[in-house]
Design a protein around this ligand. Structure first.
Ligand code: GLC
Length: 409
């Protein structure tokens, strides 16, 4: 059996880290399967996938294709560029996209995969066109289709040609069904984590050193937001909440992560965030580590992990990673993240964007080590029960097999 994965970026965002877990899980469950990954640029995903036992080919996106996407075309305030402008951009990049499809098609003809598994909006379409019916194509959706006006039109149009759709949460599954029109071939497959890597004990980063902060004079409770710098991940809400805390509370904040994707406009830069922190009077009380290759080492260095997405979160990998590391977690409750924890049992929830609510929960946890330990322990138990990445293969293999069978019949 040969599976071809197509991923539109090789930076390590959530969808890419999920893909690495999918590959690892399949390698373990089916060691004889041939796993090939195609990515569109050189980046850390290449090394990691090679180390995980996949073969990797870089077929580079032409620049105009790399920059295309309705997630990336927001103005500075996060407002969207009107679909008309986006369509014009797409039309302009048309010849480059065709060239790309042609290159990918040549590769697929040689490889003869049994299944093509696409892992990002652009690849759902380019992969489908390039495969041209030679193999079933499974779309793996990590984000809400309804939030991408142009992409959802295109996906709706070509949906019947995909063999199956995998959604990373019930919330994304509902969204796919209502946006693309529903038949039954949309499967919810939760992401999983490597429970050994995201374990309560293990290496920890020195976050202060990474962020260029002096070591604290007295013991502090470390609170951090870990993730890419997408605007909707709520970094501003987190900083505002930190600014509301009583300065006497021994709390230090950290923003762990860097700007990742090529599509401009949709992310903060570290400079934006530093300026905001300064404006809020947080000098010396919050550190910025930049991109961290091993999120588990950063999460373990924190006492409280904050998830602050201001829009519904399709899944929220960091939520299950923090739980798996037995860390106290405060998470915003909207979208798929709600499916991952029980507020008051294995994490504390709050309303997205509610600065006071977030500040209150951070303060409650900062003052109460027992509460932190109790939530952390319950979080780990839930992660072991529900988010072991080994179950990814169990869920995906039958989907692949059914797709192959449906094509043969
Ligand atoms: C995307 C989603 C995020 C999810 C990740 C992995 O990045 O926005 O919510 O955790 O994919 O599925």
């Amino acid at each position: 059996m040969r599976i071809l994965f197509l991923n539109p970026s090789s930076q390590l965002g959530g969808a890419e880290r999920s893909l690495l877990d999918v590959i690892a899980s399949l390698r373990e469950a089916r060691p004889s399967w041939d796993i090939q990954l195609v990515v569109s640029d050189q980046g850390p995903l290449v090394e990691r996938a090679l180390a995980g036992g996949a073969r990797v080919e870089v077929i580079a996106f032409p620049k105009s294709v790399a920059q295309l996407g309705d997630a990336g075309v927001r103005g500075p305030a996060g407002d969207r560029v009107p679909p008309g402008i986006l369509l014009r951009r797409m039309a302009l990049s048309g010849p480059a996209a065709l060239l790309y499809v042609w290159r990918l098609r040549r590769f697929i003809r040689k490889l003869q995969p049994d299944v093509v598994h696409t892992n990002g909006f652009k690849m759902h379409l380019l992969g489908l066109w390039a495969t041209g019916g030679r193999a079933p194509v499974v779309w793996h959706l990590h984000d809400y289709v309804s939030a991408r006006p142009v992409m959802s039109r295109l996906l709706r149009r070509f949906r019947s040609r995909s063999a199956a759709i995998v959604a990373n949460s019930e919330s994304v599954r509902e969204d796919v069904k209502s946006t693309l029109g529903g038949d039954s071939k949309v499967f919810r497959v939760y992401n999983g984590v490597d429970l050994a890597t995201f374990a309560p004990e293990g290496p920890k980063l020195d976050l202060d050193a990474l962020a260029g902060l002096e070591p604290p004079e007295r013991e502090v409770v470390r609170v951090g937001l870990v993730g890419t710098l997408g605007r909707w991940k709520g970094h501003a809400v987190f900083l505002q909440a930190l600014a509301k805390l009583d300065p006497a509370l021994p709390v230090r904040g950290y923003i762990v992560g860097g700007a990742l994707y090529q599509t401009g406009g949709s992310q903060y830069s570290l400079r934006d965030l530093r300026e905001l922190a300064d404006t809020l009077g947080l000098q010396g009380r919050v550190g910025f580590t930049g991109f961290v290759a091993e999120p588990a080492h950063a999460i373990r260095a924190l006492d409280i992990v904050v998830h602050a997405s201001t829009q519904p979160e399709p899944f929220g990998l960091v939520v299950v990673e923090a739980m798996s590391c037995a860390r106290a977690l405060v998470a915003s409750e909207a979208g798929g993240s709600v499916e991952l924890f029980r507020s008051g049992v294995d994490a504390l929830g709050y309303t997205p964007g509610d600065v006071d609510g977030l500040a209150q929960r951070i303060a409650d946890l900062a003052c109460d080590p027992e509460l932190r330990a109790r939530l952390g322990k319950a979080g780990r138990e839930a992660a072991v029960r529900r988010f072991d990445r080994r179950s990814l293969a169990d869920a995906l293999i039958p989907i692949y097999e059914a797709a192959i069978e449906a094509r043969a019949s």
